[in-house]
Write a protein of this length. Structure first.
Length: 82
């Protein structure tokens, strides 16, 4: 089952969620659909699209832009943990 296909009932009870994706991620469309559904039900905390990057780029610690992902991730956690 794809999370972006969940019912409105489930979406209303979904935990607060942040989504980080990439411009050329083959799953970006699904991430956008999930983000829209969660936004509709007040469950979306943050939605970030990193420009010019592909799926899973953030797991390559040697990638020149990997710091951008981890910085966004840290910021989202700091903002939403208070």
């Amino acid at each position: 089952m794809y999370p972006n296909k969940m019912s409105s009932e489930i979406a209303r009870n979904f935990p607060p969620t942040a989504i980080i994706t990439a411009e050329f991620d083959f799953l970006r469309r699904h991430a956008e659909e999930l983000g829209a559904l969660l936004l509709l039900h007040g469950r979306l905390v943050e939605f970030v699209v990193h420009p010019g990057l592909i799926h899973s780029w953030n797991f390559s610690m040697s990638h020149p832009k990997s710091d951008m992902y981890w910085s966004d991730f840290r910021t989202i956690l700091e903002i939403n943990s208070s």
